[in-house]
Design a protein around this ligand. Structure first.
Ligand SMILES: [Zn+2]
Length: 328
């Protein structure tokens, strides 16, 4: 049981970390190296503040600009997410399977994206290309040249990003994509390819070491991806690691397939992420960091910073700055 809990903590610390290549496991160290369960701090005292806005605000009619006067109408993260999802005809249960530890933790740790004013992901864990393509098509894709690279995002996210780029420019700053077009939209196949680039070499390595036999390797390869993720994490609890150097969890190296905010076109990886002024400009336009330990990764929420607490998020300060995560 203890090992199982440890696996959950590893998932909690890393699943949904969505940048894949830009922040690799074994080099720059912009991700935290250690699991920090204690980072799930006690709820902020101001989370339960009674919102003061007039009742009956229709979130679906809010402007995408940051000039609207919307204020959250309900309390707590889950209630606000439920309200945002209801615009799409979705519920929390329909996007995240509460019987799946992986999906439950993805939702609780990285679910800030469900508060977006754009189209929230329809699943915590997309399972194939067709699911992702259907979502992306329904959301609409806006394509623009950002910093010399063609970036694709949801239209509302793109409009806000362009406004941020303009504001940055006016202040003598720049906001550019980190590592090419993958800074924006990604495909399910891309996330699967990245997973396999760690998973398959690790199988070979551990076979050579005598820790995995052919039968187990065949079994792991044949599993549906969700079960494969779960089984890989079980092996990691026995010291059979699947990251690049076989010395740490694969989830410190790549996110689990299907869980990235990039699939929903609501994430953008920023080269200048470490500049506090750049963080502030992005925040002015509704872009916040919501994936702990993934410092270059910004998420389009579309809300004002002053509303995030009431929406059920809490700010967590890490060595790379502030992240906004569900207060659950
Ligand atoms: Zn990212």
């Amino acid at each position: 049981m203890r090992k199982y809990l440890h696996a959950l903590l590893v998932i909690a610390a890393t699943l949904g970390a969505a940048c894949y290549e830009p922040v690799s496991d074994d080099s720059e160290g912009t991700r935290e190296r250690t699991v920090q369960p204690g980072s799930r701090t006690a709820p902020a005292a101001n989370t339960e503040i009674q919102p003061s806005a007039t009742p009956g605000t229709d979130f679906s009619k809010q402007s995408e600009t940051m000039t609207d006067q919307s204020t959250p109408q309900v309390k707590g993260f889950r209630n606000n997410v439920a309200q945002m999802l209801s615009r799409e005809g979705l519920s929390i249960d329909s996007v995240a399977d509460s019987s799946s530890p992986v999906e439950r933790r993805v939702f609780e740790e990285y679910g800030a994206v469900y508060l977006t004013k754009a189209k929230p992901p329809s699943k915590a864990m997309f399972e194939n290309d067709s699911e992702v393509l259907a979502f992306q098509s329904a959301a609409g894709i806006s394509s623009e040249n950002i910093g010399g690279v063609t970036i694709e995002l949801q239209p509302a996210a793109m409009n806000a990003l362009k406004a941020a780029v303009d504001e940055a420019r006016s202040k003598g700053l720049s906001i550019t994509p980190r590592d090419g077009a993958d800074a924006g939209k990604r495909s399910y196949s891309k996330t699967l390819e990245l997973w396999k680039s760690r998973f398959e070499p690790a199988l070979k390595h551990w076979k050579q070491k005598g820790r995995l036999d052919d039968a187990e390797i065949a079994r792991l390869k044949g599993l549906p991806i969700k079960q494969q993720v779960a089984e890989v994490l079980k092996h990691e609890n026995q010291g059979i690691f699947f990251n690049t150097f076989f010395n740490n969890s694969i989830l410190y190296s790549v996110a689990a397939p299907g869980t990235s905010q990039h699939l929903s076109m609501l994430a953008f990886d920023v080269t200048e992420f470490a500049d506090k002024r750049v963080q502030d400009v992005l925040a002015n336009h509704g872009w916040f960091r919501t994936v702990q330990n993934d410092a270059p990764h910004f998420t389009y929420l579309g809300h004002r910073k002053s509303d995030l607490n009431d929406l059920g998020l809490k700010s967590v300060s890490k060595k790379d700055g502030v992240f906004w995560i569900p207060n659950v």
